[in-house]
Each structure stands twice: as structure tokens, then as C-alpha cells.
Unconditional design. Structure first.
Length: 136
């Protein structure tokens, strides 16, 4: 009986460990918020190393963001369609990665004004996701 109970607990733990949860998404959002603050600090202090570190974290973390498993496994087709706009999520992720790379390149080339505009466009993509997909 103890072996059966232990087996069930292990299987439950393994099945829950694989999924992308709301907690995981919150941690990813916090990492991206910190990366954006780092990029902003790098722009204000004219420090390319801070910008590179921030854009690296941002580009690495944005690829993790996706609908949580509870949204993916919803049985209601309409709600699933509303919550799982993966095409839009991937499009926003791609734009953020591209703009972060462009920001880094422009700042390295000495064009801080254009880099700042790229920063603003990245923030616009963040808000687009929050407004459309997260229903803010």
C-alpha cells in the first residue's frame, strides 16, 4: 500500500513539474521587467555592457512565455481559442527579440536616440500582449 501511495505521489509530482504554470509565467514576467529596467539604466548611464546583459536576459526569457497549461487544456473551445492566441504570442515574441537586437546594435554604433526608440517599441509590444492577451 505504501509503495502504491509513493508511486502515485511521484507520478503526480512529475506530471505537475513538466507544465508551464501561472507561477512560472509570473517569474518570467519579473525577469523581463528587470531586463527592461537594466536596458533603461544602460541607456541612461551610456553603458553598453548593461544594455547587452539586459537584452540577453530579455531575449532568452521572452521565448519561455506562453499560455499556461490550465489555459491550454481548457475543454471549452471558445475559451481555449480566446486564451491560446499562440500566433499572436509568437509574433510579439519575435518582434521583441528583433527590436532588442536592433537596440543593442544601434547603441553600439553610437545612435542612442534610435536605441531609445527601439526600447519604446519593445515596451509597446509588452503592453500589446498585456492588453490583448492578458485582458488588462
Amino acid at each position: 500500500m505504501k509503495k502504491l501511495l509513493a508511486g502515485i505521489m511521484i507520478m503526480t509530482t512529475i506530471s505537475l513539474a513538466d507544465g508551464y504554470t501561472q507561477g512560472d509565467r509570473i517569474l518570467d514576467m519579473q525577469k523581463m521587467a528587470q531586463a527592461m529596467q537594466d536596458i533603461q539604466s544602460g541607456l541612461l548611464y551610456n553603458n553598453i555592457d548593461i544594455i547587452k546583459a539586459g537584452t540577453k536576459v530579455l531575449k532568452d526569457t521572452v521565448t519561455n512565455v506562453r499560455p499556461i497549461d490550465a489555459e491550454m487544456n481548457n475543454k471549452d473551445i471558445y475559451e481555449k481559442w480566446l486564451n491560446n492566441n499562440l500566433k499572436m504570442t509568437h509574433k510579439i515574441q519575435k518582434k521583441i527579440r528583433n527590436k532588442a537586437q536592433t537596440l543593442e546594435e544601434r547603441f553600439a554604433d553610437g545612435d542612442a536616440v534610435q536605441a531609445l526608440q527601439d526600447y519604446s517599441k519593445i515596451m509597446g509590444q509588452c503592453m500589446k500582449c498585456h492588453v490583448r492577451l492578458r485582458k488588462w
